[in-house]
Design a protein around this ligand. Sequence first.
Ligand SMILES: [Zn+2]
Length: 182
Amino acid sequence: MKDVKTVTLSESVLAETNQALRMYGERGYEGFVLWFGTIEDQCAYVERVYVPTQDSIQSEEGVGYLVSNNTLFELNKFLSETGLRMIAQVHSHPGRAYHSATDDQYAVVTIEGGLSLVVPYFARGPADIMQWAVYRLNHGFWNELSLRETRDLFYSKTTVTSGSSRSEFIARWKGRLKGKTC
Ligand SMILES: [Zn+2]
């Protein structure tokens, strides 16, 4: 992940993620999902939203979600069987989005350049990555990306900044399925 400069994902990945997190939120719990996909050179492609087995705890002061060692073992087995890579972890907070000390300590993503996204207000808002907090593991530290860095990393410059973003994004996504260019 450390050389990855573009992360391509479909709107359905965001919608599915938001929906899963919101489901936990409606019960008063933080939720946790993983994004799996493929990496080619500097391009990562999110291909699957994975909701691991998790024990939900109401407050992050006592750890908001808990993924057991057994689940981690199963996850790694799944990844080695499918050849997919772990690209990001995404979890929700009851309030504002930030990486807490607990999040730093218990991150499931541990590879250099890996991503951790935090979704505020139990994902009650829109499935909009620009409203989430995005952190990237850099030399062992989780650094928050600026809005500009977030925009540049996800989708592509043209799709997020230009007026015809949606159609360009869809075209790019379809192109990815054929030729995988990012
Ligand atoms: Zn957290």
